[in-house]
Design a protein around this ligand. Sequence first.
Ligand code: BGC
Length: 417
Amino acid sequence: MKFKQRIYLFLSLLVWAYSQILVAGEVEVLHWWTSGGEARSLDVLKQKMVEQGHSWKDFAVVGGSGDKAMAVLKSRALSGFPPTATQIKGKHIQEWGKLGLLTNLDKIAAEQNWIEILHDFVNDTMKYDGHYVAVPVNIHRANWLWVNPELFKQAGVSIPTTLKEFWLAADKLKKVGIIPIAHGDQAWQNSTVFEMLLLGMTSVEFYKKAFVELDKESLSSEKIIDVFVAFRKLKNYMDENIADRDWNTATSMVINGKAAMQIMGDWAKGEFIAEEKQLGKDFLCIPMPSTSKTFSYVIDSFIMFEISDTDNKKAQASLVKNILDKQFQKTFNMNKGSIPVRKDIDVDTFDLCAKASRSTLVADSYANVLPSFSYGMATSIYTQDAIFDIVTDFFRNEKITPKQAAEKLTRAIEDSF
Ligand code: BGC
Protein backbone atom coordinates (compact mmCIF):
# COMPACT_ATOMS: atom_id res chain seq x y z
CA MET A 1 0.00 0.00 0.00
CA LYS A 2 1.34 3.41 -0.93
CA PHE A 3 2.16 5.95 1.77
CA LYS A 4 -0.67 8.28 0.65
CA GLN A 5 -3.17 5.44 0.73
CA ARG A 6 -2.07 4.49 4.23
CA ILE A 7 -2.52 8.04 5.46
CA TYR A 8 -5.96 8.10 3.87
CA LEU A 9 -6.93 4.82 5.53
CA PHE A 10 -5.62 5.99 8.89
CA LEU A 11 -7.56 9.27 8.67
CA SER A 12 -10.74 7.45 7.66
CA LEU A 13 -10.40 5.15 10.64
CA LEU A 14 -9.89 8.15 12.88
CA VAL A 15 -13.04 9.83 11.57
CA TRP A 16 -15.01 6.59 12.01
CA ALA A 17 -13.76 6.11 15.58
CA TYR A 18 -14.59 9.75 16.40
CA SER A 19 -18.07 9.42 14.94
CA GLN A 20 -18.62 6.29 17.03
CA ILE A 21 -17.67 8.17 20.17
CA LEU A 22 -19.99 10.99 19.16
CA VAL A 23 -23.11 8.86 18.61
CA ALA A 24 -22.49 6.56 21.52
CA GLY A 25 -24.26 7.34 24.72
CA GLU A 26 -25.09 5.60 27.93
CA VAL A 27 -28.37 4.16 29.06
CA GLU A 28 -28.95 3.34 32.67
CA VAL A 29 -31.79 0.84 32.81
CA LEU A 30 -33.70 -0.03 35.95
CA HIS A 31 -35.37 -3.45 35.79
CA TRP A 32 -36.22 -6.54 37.80
CA TRP A 33 -35.36 -9.17 35.23
CA THR A 34 -32.88 -11.11 37.31
CA SER A 35 -34.06 -14.75 37.19
CA GLY A 36 -32.30 -17.17 34.81
CA GLY A 37 -34.81 -16.81 31.98
CA GLU A 38 -35.35 -13.08 32.49
CA ALA A 39 -31.63 -12.23 32.52
CA ARG A 40 -31.05 -14.30 29.39
CA SER A 41 -33.79 -12.40 27.59
CA LEU A 42 -32.61 -8.97 28.64
CA ASP A 43 -29.07 -9.79 27.52
CA VAL A 44 -30.30 -9.69 23.93
CA LEU A 45 -31.21 -6.03 24.37
CA LYS A 46 -27.99 -5.19 26.18
CA GLN A 47 -25.94 -6.77 23.40
CA LYS A 48 -27.82 -4.87 20.72
CA MET A 49 -27.14 -1.56 22.44
CA VAL A 50 -23.47 -2.37 22.92
CA GLU A 51 -23.11 -3.44 19.27
CA GLN A 52 -24.40 0.00 18.32
CA GLY A 53 -21.63 1.57 20.39
CA HIS A 54 -23.72 2.56 23.41
CA SER A 55 -22.96 1.59 26.94
CA TRP A 56 -25.46 -0.14 29.18
CA LYS A 57 -25.44 0.61 32.88
CA ASP A 58 -27.40 -2.13 34.53
CA PHE A 59 -29.62 -1.14 37.44
CA ALA A 60 -31.15 -4.46 38.47
CA VAL A 61 -33.39 -4.67 41.52
CA VAL A 62 -34.06 -8.26 42.52
CA GLY A 63 -37.68 -9.16 43.32
CA GLY A 64 -40.32 -10.86 41.17
CA SER A 65 -42.90 -8.66 39.51
CA GLY A 66 -41.01 -5.51 40.39
CA ASP A 67 -42.44 -4.47 43.77
CA LYS A 68 -38.98 -3.69 45.09
CA ALA A 69 -37.89 -2.08 41.84
CA MET A 70 -40.82 0.35 42.06
CA ALA A 71 -39.79 1.44 45.55
CA VAL A 72 -36.20 2.02 44.42
CA LEU A 73 -37.42 3.94 41.38
CA LYS A 74 -39.46 6.31 43.54
CA SER A 75 -36.51 7.26 45.70
CA ARG A 76 -34.20 7.71 42.69
CA ALA A 77 -36.65 9.79 40.68
CA LEU A 78 -37.73 11.93 43.59
CA SER A 79 -34.14 12.75 44.44
CA GLY A 80 -33.87 14.25 40.95
CA PHE A 81 -31.66 11.59 39.33
CA PRO A 82 -33.92 9.18 37.51
CA PRO A 83 -32.34 6.45 35.36
CA THR A 84 -32.55 6.77 31.56
CA ALA A 85 -35.16 4.04 31.35
CA THR A 86 -37.24 1.97 33.71
CA GLN A 87 -39.24 -1.17 33.33
CA ILE A 88 -42.77 -0.20 34.33
CA LYS A 89 -46.22 -1.42 33.46
CA GLY A 90 -49.90 -0.84 32.97
CA LYS A 91 -51.57 1.80 35.08
CA HIS A 92 -48.26 2.65 36.77
CA ILE A 93 -47.44 4.44 33.52
CA GLN A 94 -50.29 6.86 34.24
CA GLU A 95 -48.89 7.71 37.67
CA TRP A 96 -45.48 8.57 36.23
CA GLY A 97 -47.05 10.40 33.32
CA LYS A 98 -48.82 12.73 35.76
CA LEU A 99 -45.49 13.81 37.23
CA GLY A 100 -44.38 15.17 33.86
CA LEU A 101 -40.93 13.58 33.96
CA LEU A 102 -41.24 11.31 30.95
CA THR A 103 -39.82 11.60 27.45
CA ASN A 104 -42.49 12.03 24.81
CA LEU A 105 -42.16 9.12 22.35
CA ASP A 106 -44.67 10.33 19.74
CA LYS A 107 -42.01 10.95 17.09
CA ILE A 108 -40.53 7.46 17.27
CA ALA A 109 -44.03 5.99 17.50
CA ALA A 110 -44.95 7.74 14.26
CA GLU A 111 -41.68 6.67 12.56
CA GLN A 112 -42.24 3.03 13.53
CA ASN A 113 -45.98 3.25 12.93
CA TRP A 114 -46.98 1.95 16.37
CA ILE A 115 -50.62 2.71 15.69
CA GLU A 116 -50.64 0.03 12.98
CA ILE A 117 -48.17 -2.53 14.30
CA LEU A 118 -49.46 -2.71 17.88
CA HIS A 119 -52.78 -4.07 19.15
CA ASP A 120 -55.22 -1.37 20.25
CA PHE A 121 -55.15 -2.34 23.92
CA VAL A 122 -51.35 -2.08 23.85
CA ASN A 123 -51.41 1.34 22.20
CA ASP A 124 -53.87 2.57 24.85
CA THR A 125 -51.70 1.33 27.71
CA MET A 126 -48.59 3.09 26.39
CA LYS A 127 -50.16 6.56 26.33
CA TYR A 128 -50.59 9.25 28.93
CA ASP A 129 -52.85 12.16 28.10
CA GLY A 130 -52.94 11.10 24.44
CA HIS A 131 -49.15 10.90 24.02
CA TYR A 132 -46.85 7.90 23.96
CA VAL A 133 -44.70 7.80 27.08
CA ALA A 134 -43.82 4.08 27.20
CA VAL A 135 -42.58 1.45 24.78
CA PRO A 136 -43.98 -2.09 25.00
CA VAL A 137 -41.69 -5.07 24.78
CA ASN A 138 -43.96 -8.12 24.95
CA ILE A 139 -47.31 -9.61 25.86
CA HIS A 140 -47.38 -12.20 28.62
CA ARG A 141 -50.35 -14.40 29.33
CA ALA A 142 -50.90 -14.80 33.06
CA ASN A 143 -53.40 -17.69 33.09
CA TRP A 144 -51.15 -20.70 32.66
CA LEU A 145 -50.56 -23.87 34.61
CA TRP A 146 -47.03 -25.31 34.40
CA VAL A 147 -46.96 -29.05 34.69
CA ASN A 148 -44.38 -31.74 35.34
CA PRO A 149 -45.83 -34.62 33.27
CA GLU A 150 -43.59 -37.26 34.84
CA LEU A 151 -45.13 -36.65 38.28
CA PHE A 152 -48.62 -36.88 36.81
CA LYS A 153 -47.64 -40.19 35.26
CA GLN A 154 -46.27 -41.48 38.54
CA ALA A 155 -49.54 -40.59 40.27
CA GLY A 156 -51.61 -42.03 37.43
CA VAL A 157 -53.47 -38.77 36.96
CA SER A 158 -54.51 -37.09 33.73
CA ILE A 159 -53.74 -33.47 32.94
CA PRO A 160 -56.63 -31.24 34.09
CA THR A 161 -58.46 -28.93 31.73
CA THR A 162 -61.31 -27.96 34.06
CA LEU A 163 -61.23 -26.86 37.67
CA LYS A 164 -63.14 -29.98 38.65
CA GLU A 165 -60.39 -32.13 37.15
CA PHE A 166 -57.79 -29.87 38.70
CA TRP A 167 -59.06 -30.50 42.26
CA LEU A 168 -59.26 -34.25 41.59
CA ALA A 169 -55.71 -34.28 40.24
CA ALA A 170 -54.46 -32.27 43.24
CA ASP A 171 -56.10 -34.78 45.61
CA LYS A 172 -54.54 -37.77 43.91
CA LEU A 173 -51.09 -36.20 43.71
CA LYS A 174 -51.22 -35.35 47.40
CA LYS A 175 -52.31 -38.88 48.29
CA VAL A 176 -49.21 -40.38 46.69
CA GLY A 177 -46.93 -37.91 48.49
CA ILE A 178 -46.31 -35.43 45.65
CA ILE A 179 -46.61 -31.68 46.34
CA PRO A 180 -49.39 -30.67 43.93
CA ILE A 181 -48.75 -26.90 43.80
CA ALA A 182 -45.46 -24.99 43.93
CA HIS A 183 -46.07 -21.52 45.32
CA GLY A 184 -44.43 -18.59 47.07
CA ASP A 185 -46.34 -16.60 49.69
CA GLN A 186 -45.67 -13.10 48.37
CA ALA A 187 -48.49 -10.62 47.84
CA TRP A 188 -48.26 -10.61 44.03
CA GLN A 189 -48.06 -14.39 43.77
CA ASN A 190 -51.03 -14.81 46.13
CA SER A 191 -52.99 -12.33 44.06
CA THR A 192 -52.07 -14.19 40.87
CA VAL A 193 -53.38 -17.49 42.15
CA PHE A 194 -56.54 -15.85 43.51
CA GLU A 195 -57.13 -14.13 40.16
CA MET A 196 -56.62 -17.31 38.14
CA LEU A 197 -59.11 -19.24 40.30
CA LEU A 198 -61.52 -16.33 39.85
CA LEU A 199 -61.17 -16.49 36.08
CA GLY A 200 -61.89 -20.21 36.15
CA MET A 201 -64.88 -19.88 38.46
CA THR A 202 -66.61 -16.86 36.93
CA SER A 203 -66.79 -15.40 33.43
CA VAL A 204 -65.15 -12.79 31.25
CA GLU A 205 -68.19 -10.53 31.74
CA PHE A 206 -68.10 -10.91 35.50
CA TYR A 207 -64.38 -10.12 35.64
CA LYS A 208 -64.86 -6.97 33.58
CA LYS A 209 -67.71 -5.77 35.76
CA ALA A 210 -65.99 -6.51 39.06
CA PHE A 211 -62.33 -5.73 38.37
CA VAL A 212 -62.35 -3.29 35.47
CA GLU A 213 -65.51 -1.32 36.18
CA LEU A 214 -65.18 -2.01 39.94
CA ASP A 215 -68.91 -2.54 40.19
CA LYS A 216 -69.86 -2.78 43.86
CA GLU A 217 -72.62 -5.32 43.39
CA SER A 218 -70.34 -7.75 41.56
CA LEU A 219 -67.54 -7.26 44.06
CA SER A 220 -69.79 -8.06 46.99
CA SER A 221 -71.51 -11.01 45.30
CA GLU A 222 -71.48 -14.66 46.45
CA LYS A 223 -69.14 -15.45 43.56
CA ILE A 224 -66.26 -13.62 45.23
CA ILE A 225 -66.91 -15.47 48.49
CA ASP A 226 -66.72 -18.76 46.59
CA VAL A 227 -63.35 -17.74 45.13
CA PHE A 228 -62.00 -17.02 48.61
CA VAL A 229 -63.22 -20.48 49.70
CA ALA A 230 -61.37 -22.09 46.77
CA PHE A 231 -58.29 -19.99 47.42
CA ARG A 232 -58.11 -21.24 51.01
CA LYS A 233 -58.63 -24.80 49.82
CA LEU A 234 -55.69 -24.44 47.43
CA LYS A 235 -53.34 -23.84 50.34
CA ASN A 236 -53.85 -27.49 51.39
CA TYR A 237 -52.04 -28.55 48.25
CA MET A 238 -48.91 -26.48 48.86
CA ASP A 239 -45.90 -27.44 50.98
CA GLU A 240 -45.03 -25.81 54.29
CA ASN A 241 -42.13 -23.70 53.10
CA ILE A 242 -44.03 -21.22 50.99
CA ALA A 243 -43.18 -18.15 53.10
CA ASP A 244 -41.55 -15.52 50.89
CA ARG A 245 -40.46 -18.10 48.32
CA ASP A 246 -39.55 -16.46 45.00
CA TRP A 247 -41.62 -17.39 41.98
CA ASN A 248 -38.63 -18.83 40.13
CA THR A 249 -37.72 -21.00 43.10
CA ALA A 250 -41.27 -22.34 42.89
CA THR A 251 -40.79 -22.93 39.15
CA SER A 252 -37.61 -24.87 39.83
CA MET A 253 -39.64 -27.19 42.08
CA VAL A 254 -41.65 -28.15 38.99
CA ILE A 255 -38.49 -28.33 36.88
CA ASN A 256 -36.75 -30.60 39.40
CA GLY A 257 -39.69 -32.89 40.07
CA LYS A 258 -40.38 -31.58 43.58
CA ALA A 259 -43.88 -30.32 42.75
CA ALA A 260 -46.35 -31.19 40.01
CA MET A 261 -47.79 -27.78 39.04
CA GLN A 262 -47.38 -24.03 39.29
CA ILE A 263 -50.01 -21.39 38.52
CA MET A 264 -47.97 -18.62 36.91
CA GLY A 265 -47.65 -16.39 33.87
CA ASP A 266 -45.59 -17.52 30.90
CA TRP A 267 -42.39 -15.91 32.15
CA ALA A 268 -42.15 -19.31 33.93
CA LYS A 269 -41.50 -20.84 30.50
CA GLY A 270 -38.32 -18.76 30.33
CA GLU A 271 -37.03 -20.70 33.35
CA PHE A 272 -37.70 -24.08 31.74
CA ILE A 273 -35.99 -22.89 28.55
CA ALA A 274 -32.99 -21.50 30.45
CA GLU A 275 -32.64 -24.96 32.06
CA GLU A 276 -32.80 -26.52 28.59
CA LYS A 277 -35.99 -28.41 29.40
CA GLN A 278 -38.08 -29.67 26.53
CA LEU A 279 -41.68 -28.63 26.09
CA GLY A 280 -43.98 -31.65 25.77
CA LYS A 281 -41.47 -33.99 27.40
CA ASP A 282 -40.10 -32.31 30.52
CA PHE A 283 -42.88 -29.77 31.01
CA LEU A 284 -46.30 -28.79 29.71
CA CYS A 285 -48.08 -25.48 29.47
CA ILE A 286 -51.81 -25.85 30.12
CA PRO A 287 -54.17 -22.90 30.28
CA MET A 288 -55.30 -22.42 33.89
CA PRO A 289 -58.13 -25.01 34.10
CA SER A 290 -61.50 -23.67 32.96
CA THR A 291 -59.87 -20.59 31.36
CA SER A 292 -58.67 -21.97 28.02
CA LYS A 293 -60.48 -19.29 26.00
CA THR A 294 -59.40 -16.40 28.23
CA PHE A 295 -56.29 -14.31 27.78
CA SER A 296 -55.30 -12.52 30.96
CA TYR A 297 -52.68 -10.08 29.73
CA VAL A 298 -49.56 -8.51 31.19
CA ILE A 299 -47.64 -6.10 28.96
CA ASP A 300 -44.04 -5.40 29.88
CA SER A 301 -42.90 -1.93 28.94
CA PHE A 302 -40.29 0.74 29.59
CA ILE A 303 -40.69 4.43 30.32
CA MET A 304 -37.94 6.89 29.43
CA PHE A 305 -37.11 9.82 31.67
CA GLU A 306 -36.35 13.30 30.30
CA ILE A 307 -32.59 13.70 30.20
CA SER A 308 -30.41 16.56 28.99
CA ASP A 309 -27.18 14.95 27.73
CA THR A 310 -27.35 14.84 23.91
CA ASP A 311 -25.47 11.56 23.46
CA ASN A 312 -27.50 9.84 26.13
CA LYS A 313 -30.63 11.15 24.48
CA LYS A 314 -29.57 9.45 21.26
CA ALA A 315 -28.88 6.24 23.15
CA GLN A 316 -32.31 6.51 24.75
CA ALA A 317 -33.95 6.84 21.33
CA SER A 318 -31.97 3.82 20.07
CA LEU A 319 -33.18 1.83 23.05
CA VAL A 320 -36.80 2.59 22.22
CA LYS A 321 -36.34 1.71 18.56
CA ASN A 322 -34.43 -1.50 19.33
CA ILE A 323 -37.21 -2.74 21.57
CA LEU A 324 -39.61 -2.84 18.64
CA ASP A 325 -37.07 -4.15 16.15
CA LYS A 326 -38.52 -7.26 14.47
CA GLN A 327 -35.57 -9.57 15.00
CA PHE A 328 -35.17 -8.45 18.60
CA GLN A 329 -38.87 -9.08 19.23
CA LYS A 330 -38.50 -12.65 18.01
CA THR A 331 -35.36 -13.58 19.93
CA PHE A 332 -36.36 -11.79 23.11
CA ASN A 333 -39.86 -13.25 23.29
CA MET A 334 -38.73 -16.78 22.50
CA ASN A 335 -36.46 -16.59 25.54
CA LYS A 336 -38.85 -14.68 27.77
CA GLY A 337 -41.88 -16.94 27.28
CA SER A 338 -44.09 -14.13 26.01
CA ILE A 339 -45.33 -13.34 22.51
CA PRO A 340 -44.19 -10.44 20.32
CA VAL A 341 -46.02 -7.22 20.97
CA ARG A 342 -46.02 -6.46 17.24
CA LYS A 343 -49.04 -7.78 15.34
CA ASP A 344 -47.01 -8.12 12.15
CA ILE A 345 -44.63 -10.78 13.49
CA ASP A 346 -45.96 -14.26 12.94
CA VAL A 347 -45.34 -16.91 15.56
CA ASP A 348 -44.87 -19.87 13.19
CA THR A 349 -41.37 -20.49 14.48
CA PHE A 350 -42.43 -20.16 18.14
CA ASP A 351 -43.40 -23.10 20.39
CA LEU A 352 -46.89 -24.45 21.02
CA CYS A 353 -47.50 -22.33 24.13
CA ALA A 354 -46.75 -19.12 22.23
CA LYS A 355 -48.89 -20.22 19.29
CA ALA A 356 -51.80 -20.99 21.63
CA SER A 357 -51.30 -17.60 23.28
CA ARG A 358 -51.42 -15.68 20.02
CA SER A 359 -54.51 -17.47 18.73
CA THR A 360 -56.36 -17.03 22.05
CA LEU A 361 -55.45 -13.35 22.06
CA VAL A 362 -56.94 -12.53 18.71
CA ALA A 363 -59.86 -15.00 18.80
CA ASP A 364 -63.36 -13.53 18.47
CA SER A 365 -61.95 -10.04 17.84
CA TYR A 366 -60.18 -9.90 21.23
CA ALA A 367 -63.45 -10.63 23.08
CA ASN A 368 -61.79 -12.70 25.81
CA VAL A 369 -58.79 -10.50 26.47
CA LEU A 370 -58.65 -9.25 30.06
CA PRO A 371 -56.23 -6.92 31.85
CA SER A 372 -54.75 -8.69 34.87
CA PHE A 373 -55.33 -6.87 38.17
CA SER A 374 -52.38 -8.66 39.78
CA TYR A 375 -50.00 -6.93 37.37
CA GLY A 376 -51.40 -3.41 37.41
CA MET A 377 -53.13 -3.76 34.05
CA ALA A 378 -56.73 -3.34 35.23
CA THR A 379 -56.85 -0.80 38.04
CA SER A 380 -54.91 2.06 39.59
CA ILE A 381 -51.91 1.07 41.67
CA TYR A 382 -53.87 2.03 44.80
CA THR A 383 -56.64 -0.42 44.01
CA GLN A 384 -54.05 -3.05 43.09
CA ASP A 385 -52.36 -2.57 46.47
CA ALA A 386 -55.72 -2.84 48.25
CA ILE A 387 -56.40 -6.18 46.52
CA PHE A 388 -52.90 -7.44 47.38
CA ASP A 389 -53.42 -6.59 51.07
CA ILE A 390 -56.81 -8.22 51.47
CA VAL A 391 -55.94 -11.34 49.51
CA THR A 392 -52.66 -11.89 51.35
CA ASP A 393 -54.14 -11.19 54.82
CA PHE A 394 -56.79 -13.79 54.11
CA PHE A 395 -54.23 -16.27 52.82
CA ARG A 396 -52.10 -15.95 55.95
CA ASN A 397 -54.77 -15.59 58.58
CA GLU A 398 -57.15 -18.54 58.88
CA LYS A 399 -59.36 -16.56 61.25
CA ILE A 400 -60.65 -14.32 58.47
CA THR A 401 -63.68 -15.97 56.90
CA PRO A 402 -64.27 -15.91 53.13
CA LYS A 403 -67.32 -13.73 53.72
CA GLN A 404 -65.35 -11.22 55.77
CA ALA A 405 -62.60 -11.19 53.15
CA ALA A 406 -65.10 -10.47 50.38
CA GLU A 407 -66.61 -7.61 52.39
CA LYS A 408 -63.19 -6.18 53.15
CA LEU A 409 -62.24 -6.43 49.50
CA THR A 410 -65.26 -4.41 48.39
CA ARG A 411 -64.61 -1.75 51.03
CA ALA A 412 -60.87 -1.51 50.36
CA ILE A 413 -61.44 -1.21 46.62
CA GLU A 414 -64.02 1.52 47.16
CA ASP A 415 -61.71 3.43 49.48
CA SER A 416 -58.88 3.24 46.95
CA PHE A 417 -60.43 5.67 44.50
C1 BGC B 1 -43.43 -9.31 34.54
C2 BGC B 1 -42.58 -10.40 33.93
C3 BGC B 1 -41.64 -10.94 34.95
C4 BGC B 1 -42.42 -11.40 36.18
C5 BGC B 1 -41.57 -12.00 37.27
C6 BGC B 1 -44.06 -9.78 35.84
O1 BGC B 1 -44.66 -8.72 36.49
O2 BGC B 1 -44.43 -8.90 33.68
O3 BGC B 1 -41.87 -9.90 32.84
O4 BGC B 1 -40.88 -11.96 34.39
O5 BGC B 1 -43.08 -10.29 36.71
O6 BGC B 1 -40.56 -11.16 37.68
